[in-house]
Structure formats: C-alpha cells, structure tokens
Design a protein around this ligand. Structure first.
Ligand code: ACO
Length: 343
C-alpha cells in the first residue's frame, strides 16, 4: 500500500483588505478595533469583489499547489473541495473548479471526479482524510484538496450582525495529496461530529422542510427573514466545545501515533479565534514558536484556514521536509478532526 504525502501547497486571498476600523467606517457597524482584537485576535480580513465566487478563489490556490507538486492539472485523478460558501446551491464548487482548471478542454480532457465536502471549519481535514484513503487504496495517484470560502457575500455587515460578521474573511488554500513509496506522509487522521449542536452555529437560509423553501410574495419573489438569511451563533458554546474537542482530537492523534507534543515540530490549528488556540496551547503546553497563525491578517476563512497556513509556512521556510506536523480543526455541526503528517 502506498503512503499519501502532501506534494504541493498553494493559497490565494483576494487583494481587498478590510480592517476592523473599515467595518466601522465603511459599513457603519457599531464596533471597535479593540473589541475585536481583544476577543479574537483579528486585525483585518480580505473580502472578494462582487462577481468573484468560491471556485474563482480556489483556482489560483489550486494552480499554485499543482505547480508546487511539479504536476499539470491533467495529472489529477480527483478534486475534493471543502466549503460552506459554495458558488451556488448546486452543482458543487468542485465541478466549477474542474472546468476552470481546464480539465474539460481539448482532446486530452480528463473528466475526473469532483467532490464537495460540507463540514465547515473541519472541511479541510475531512477532505484530507478522504484524499488519503483514495491514495492509499490505490484508486488515485494525485488528489487536489482545496478549502475555499467567500464569506463576505453572506455576512450581515450591520450592527445587528456584528458578532458573526467581524469574525470571517475570504480566501482559499490547496494541497495535492500524492502516492509515494517513501516512508513519509499522512500517518493518521481522526474525525468526529456531534449532531446535538446543529443549531448552535448555523445558517438556515435553505430550509427544504418548508414549502416553499423560501417564503414568496404574490409575485413569486422570495423574501427571507434576517435570522434565516444570516448565520446565527452562540459564541460561548462554540468556544467551550472548540477547546474541549480540539484538545481531544489532538490527544487522539498523539495516542494513535505514540507521540507527545515534544515530538511534534509544528501545530497547525484551525483559525476560529486566537484566544481558543492560545488557550489550548497553554493548556497542553505547546510552545508559542511551534504554533502558526494568520487569523490576525485573514480572520476566520473556515475550510481554508489550515491549507493557507500550510502554504504560507512552506513559503516562509517554517515548514520543511522531515517535520512532524499536527493539524487540528473544529467547526459548525459540531464537527472536528486532526491529522498527523510527516512532511
Ligand atoms: N463589536 C462590538 N460589540 C460586539 C461585537 C463586535 N464585533 N460582537 C458582539 N458584540 C457585543 C454583543 O452584542 C454583546 O452586547 P450586549 O451585551 O449589549 O448584548 C456583547 O458584545 C457581548 O457579546 P457576546 O457574544 O457575549 O461576546 P463574547 O464575549 O462571548 O465574545 C465571541 C464573542 C468573540 C464570538 C466569543 O464568544 C468567541 O470567541 N466564541 C467562539 C466562537 C468563534 O470563534 N466562532 C468562529 C466561528 S466557529 C469556528 O470556526 C469554530
């Protein structure tokens, strides 16, 4: 059975920077830089322009990862794209990405499977687990795994929505998971979900139990109440569960691989809130220099946080061949996951 290793990484964030002060001055939100920084660590985030969707952000991140792996898009055997903000309700964003990568063009077209994963902030690790299994089973040699989000289109950028809107940003990160006979790669992955908390962090705009699923006026024009239109969150419940589940997922990873924190060179945690990650690091004794973060610059980019961190760490030289990397995520659902990779 081959091993599955990460052969290339890439990321893309849209150029438009939105600072905490911009939330006040441009959007009129009653907030402050101090409030946001103190509770979350976020200083600024990126917002895509009108007309730019999730597969558009995923495209340059994917191209960079494919190039870093020394491959062409046609070398891919499968695409897995994790997002909670797909281009549209259906078809999936992975299919749009397949077309935008040029896989459907010309006589050498490759109509490879394209799968969307809907596991929010844990989506990248769910996708990494699926890609690893595909590669180890021999079904695929190269799987593109992307986390991409265009949150800015679906944030309630008003004082009413400030508790959620100040947290999120747009961006995409990608990796290629490839087969190798070398003794390296994804050693184990661990995933979990707790459906008792589906209401705690959710966006209910698409409720197919309702007929029609969006209320319509007498002209058939849909109208959605703000509490259904925008994501709702009980932040304190999320915080408490994130800490517990992320520590649990990290412990599971350590036990499965018979390693301790000192054996791990780099901790790549989902970027929900700097305070969550600092609390976990303090609690389990992770030195700050082993923890990477970018929430200060990008906010929470949900499925994209971990692959963006990996790409940035590789580009800066902080992540090198031979390092032992622990990834941990937690998100809406609740869902969570961890993975250990020998880079
Ligand atoms: N600016 C100013 N005031 C704000 C803002 C803001 N951006 N957001 C909320 N407030 C106000 C609230 O309206 C409330 O005012 P009130 O007392 O007059 O009603 C007050 O601040 C306190 O609100 P809380 O929600 O109780 O604030 P809390 O101290 O819990 O902090 C926070 C909120 C930062 C979201 C915190 O709960 C948290 O970090 N939770 C973790 C959730 C998280 O990180 N989610 C990210 C997405 S999920 C994921 O990726 C895993």
């Amino acid at each position: 059975m081959p091993n599955a290793f990460i052969s290339g990484t890439g990321f893309y964030v849209p150029p438009r920077v939105v600072t905490n002060d911009d939330l006040k001055t441009q959007y009129g939100i009653d907030t402050s830089h101090e409030w946001i920084v103190q509770r979350t660590g976020i200083q600024e985030r990126r917002f895509a322009e009108d007309g730019v969707g999730t597969s558009d952000l995923a495209l340059p991140a994917s191209r960079a990862a494919i190039q870093a792996a020394g491959l062409e898009p046609r070398d891919l055997d499968m695409i897995i794209l994790a997002t909670l903000s797909p281009d549209c309700c259906f078809p999936g964003s992975g299919i749009y990405l397949q077309r935008k990568l040029g896989l459907c063009d010309g006589p050498k077209a490759r109509f490879v499977p394209a799968l969307d994963v809907r596991n929010q902030c844990s989506g990248f690790l769910y996708s990494l687990g699926a890609a690893t299994s595909m590669v180890k089973s021999g079904a695929c040699k190269h799987v593109l795994v992307v986390g991409a989000e265009t949150h800015s289109a679906a944030l309630d950028l008003s004082t009413r929505g400030r508790a959620v809107a100040s947290l999120f940003g747009d961006g995409a990160g990608a990796v290629v998971v490839s087969a190798t006979e070398e003794d390296r790669g994804v050693r184990s992955w661990h995933l979990g979900a707790d459906g008792r908390y589906t209401e705690v962090l959710a966006q209910k705009v698409w409720d197919v139990s309702k007929r029609p699923f969006i209320p319509v006026d007498d002209k058939g024009v849909g109208q959605v109440q703000p509490e259904l239109m925008w994501a709702q969150m009980d932040g304190k419940v999320v915080f408490k569960n994130a800490v517990e589940r992320m520590i649990g997922a990290l412990m599971e990873l350590c036990m499965a691989n018979n390693v301790t924190g000192t054996d791990i060179d780099l901790f790549v945690f989902h970027q929900a809130n700097l305070r969550i990650n600092e609390y976990i690091a303090d609690h389990v004794g992770i030195p700050k220099e082993k923890l990477v973060s970018n929430i200060q610059r990008y906010g929470n980019t949900t499925a994209a946080t971990i692959p963006i961190l990996l790409a940035e760490a590789e580009q800066s030289g902080r992540l090198k061949r031979g390092m032992k990397v622990a990834m941990v995520a937690f998100g809406s659902g609740f869902t969570w996951g961890s993975a250990l990779v020998d880079w």
